[in-house]
Design a protein around this ligand. Structure first.
Ligand code: DGL
Length: 257
């Protein structure tokens, strides 16, 4: 073990999705260094069991901490729902930040009453989401759509292809004209935000990534762990599907306009 990423923040997801969170992290904290691990060989998580997701999440966190990471961001709603509490209990000395669907800011926004939550099937089934919906959903019309197959399709890239819009049309087309906003309950979905608008029209989109970035910054500041470097931080991509093409794909998601 070489402590390759000593002082870095470790960020992981089932695949490319968490790169939408990584972008918010590097925007807010340009002097921090990040190592991003995508578990693309095992994606999608959203159609796996809670135990399978917990096992993969634990292995990834072990690896990132063994390499010297000072904090962990679970850049995946599914893994946060399935594993965050257990990981926080197991690694109590490490800041572990999760993500959650941005239902709270959506329900607090004036003029927004009819909200479509798009997430993986397991995220919507687990208690964490149910508690969030019970807390913030009251007084609003909340429609929850388990988007089986969508994260998997985004994983393959080529997001301009027609089948992406067709898939979205099948999943959420029936809500056109019936909702004011979409809450992304999966970190893959911001990468098809323009296609979701194409299908649903002029709606407001809520993404939890900026909130997660602010939360990480607060947690690092509280512990005196923020980077004091004047230089831009490093960003490293790793994948369980360890091929040049895959890492190139991660880069292209990171650089997407
Ligand atoms: N990006 C993930 C999430 O936020 C997981 C998608 C998947 O692997 O099914 O839920």
């Amino acid at each position: 073990m070489g402590l390759l990423y000593s002082g870095y923040v470790g960020v992981f997801d089932s695949g490319v999705g968490g790169i939408s969170v990584l972008r918010a992290l590097t925007r807010l904290m340009p002097h921090e260094s990040f190592v991003y691990y995508g578990d693309s060989a095992n994606a999608p998580y959203g159609e796996k069991s809670r135990d399978q997701i917990l096992r993969r999440s634990r292995d990834i966190v072990d690896m990132l901490l063994d390499e010297g990471c000072k904090a962990i961001v679970i850049a995946c709603n599914t893994a946060t729902s399935a594993a965050a509490n257990t990981l926080r209990a197991d690694y109590a000395h490490v800041p572990i930040i999760g993500v959650e669907p941005a239902l709270k800011p959506a329900t607090l926004s004036p003029g927004i009453k009819r909200i479509l939550v798009m997430a993986t099937p397991i995220t919507l089934r687990l208690d964490k989401y149910k508690q969030l919906a019970a807390r913030w959903g009251a007084g609003n019309e909340i429609y929850e759509v388990p988007c089986a197959g969508l994260a998997d399709r985004i994983e393959r890239g080529d997001l301009g292809a027609r089948d992406v819009v067709d898939l979205l049309e099948n999943l959420v087309g029936e809500y056109r004209g019936k909702v004011d906003a979409v809450v992304f309950g999966c970190t893959h979905y911001p990468f098809v935000a323009d296609k979701i608008r194409q299908v649903l029209g002029d709606i407001v989109l809520f993404d939890g990534a900026d909130g997660t970035a602010r939360q990480l910054e607060r947690r690092l500041a509280d512990r005196g762990m923020l980077s004091y470097s004047a230089d831009p931080g490093d960003v490293v991509f790793l994948s369980s599907k360890d091929t040049d093409d895959e890492l190139q794909l991660y880069r292209s998601f990171y650089d997407m306009p």
